[in-house]
Design a protein around this ligand. Structure first.
Ligand SMILES: *[C@@H]1O[C@H](CO)[C@@H](O)[C@H](O)[C@H]1NC(C)=O
Ligand SMILES: *[C@@H]1O[C@H](CO)[C@@H](O)[C@H](O)[C@H]1NC(C)=O
Ligand SMILES: *[C@@H]1O[C@H](CO)[C@@H](O)[C@H](O)[C@H]1NC(C)=O
Length: 354
């Protein structure tokens, strides 16, 4: 072999070792690979925009209405204004674009000061009057339903009409954000204002986070966290969901392309209205259950992609593992990609010389 050919063989060997190492690391970094072990990392197969993560940006929509104190579950844990104000601090370290809706100047300014730790163009805060939203047009109707002594009582879902209407309002404000053309990214997510409450108590260096579309996400669906396995609920009717307070998927966070989310919203709203017409109301979680119950299922155009986490995955246990699975999956998707991007850059640097 000539000297030049020997160098070529040497570089070819070096390259294959590096590629093998890269594949190994991107598939094993972080230890969690529940959804993607064995598959090729998308960065190798995809175009440059995906390598930079731009195509996977998410606009996050949220809302806060002060509805006073309410009892959550059967214990005496109370949802209070002060507790939510503390939880809101987690938004200081969220680096996504955020659109927030409020009906109170003081809380809007409070949220603005929290978001001031991010570049100004990452937050758009909108004031509205809740009585202008479709969801609150049904407030009296919902109150009447809950005032019946024989109606199931699950606090706050079927007790506080304000709570039910506030949960319902998330679908109105997403529609407003889309109608006003405020969403500049392909993906949009709803995020409850208290969802990442655990971030508040973390040391500052561990707080920064960003939601990114998980690698295995099917963009023709809407992603949710699964609370109860579908197989346990296949025969549940809308009434069962309300009477027994069943939850298939959690309403705290969902994610999809703007196009698919809009389809999902339409269907959600028509189901909510159909249930109200029958004297049935609870929160959005029961409405979604009803949408995918045998009676309403044939009308659904959008499938749900339900995410589940193992016990202890992302440090989640108990009910947190069920309700917060998707959120931490999206946070990890961003961390994984950053690690992979850094390795990819190194690999590109090395292979430039071949
Ligand atoms: C996605 O987010 C990154 C980082 O904030 C930004 O540089 C990029 O312009 C965004 N891309 C789109 C399409 O919004
Ligand atoms: C919201 O609208 C209702 C009905 O139009 C009105 O009575 C109320 O004063 C408004 N609230 C605020 C804060 O503007
Ligand atoms: C994505 O979801 C759609 C709608 O549920 C389904 O038809 C399609 O087969 C899925 N694609 C993949 C790759 O799983």
């Amino acid at each position: 072999m000539t000297r030049r050919a020997r160098w070529k063989v040497f570089y070819a060997c070096l390259l294959s070792v590096t590629v093998a190492l890269f594949l190994f690391i991107t598939n094993h970094v972080g230890g969690d690979c529940s959804n993607k072990c064995g598959s090729l990392p998308y960065r190798i197969a995809a175009g440059d925009d995906i390598i930079q993560g731009h195509g996977r940006n998410i606009t996050v929509v949220t809302l806060y209405f002060n509805i006073g104190n309410f009892r959550k579950g059967n214990g005496d844990v109370r949802g209070t204004h002060d507790k939510y104000k503390n939880w809101m601090k987690s938004w200081a370290s969220l680096t996504n674009d955020v659109i927030g809706f409020f009906d109170d100047d003081e809380i809007l300014e409070y949220f603005r000061s929290i978001r001031s730790s991010q570049p100004a163009d990452r937050s758009l805060l909108i004031k509205l009057n809740r009585t202008d939203l479709d969801s609150f047009k049904y407030l009296r109707n919902v109150r009447d339903i809950y005032s019946s002594p024989v109606y199931p009582r699950h606090s706050p879902n079927t007790v506080s009409a304000d709570y039910s209407c506030t949960m319902d309002a998330k679908y109105d404000v997403i529609q407003i954000a889309l109608d006003l053309g405020l969403v500049r990214t392909k993906y949009i997510a709803w995020l409850d204002i208290g969802y990442f409450r655990d971030m508040v108590d973390r040391p500052p260096q561990d707080r920064r986070f960003r939601l990114e579309v998980p690698e295995d996400f099917n963009a023709s669906r809407v992603a949710f966290s699964e609370v109860t396995p579908r197989s346990d609920l296949v025969n549940a009717t809308p009434w069962h969901y309300i009477k027994f307070n069943h939850v298939w998927v959690a309403g705290g966070l969902f994610l999809g392309t703007a196009k698919v989310i809009e389809k999902f919203l339409k269907s959600y709203k028509s189901t909510r209205r159909a249930l109200l017409a029958r004297g049935l109301s609870s929160t959005d979680q029961q409405v979604i259950g009803a949408m995918y119950s045998p009676e309403f299922l044939p009308h659904q155009q959008v499938d749900i992609m339900a995410y589940t986490c193992r016990t202890g995955q992302y440090g989640l246990y108990g009910s947190q593992r069920k309700y917060f699975c998707l959120g931490y999956t999206c946070v990890r998707a961003n961390v994984d990609r950053q690690v992979a991007d850094a390795l990819y850059e190194k690999l590109r640097y090395i292979t430039r010389f071949i």
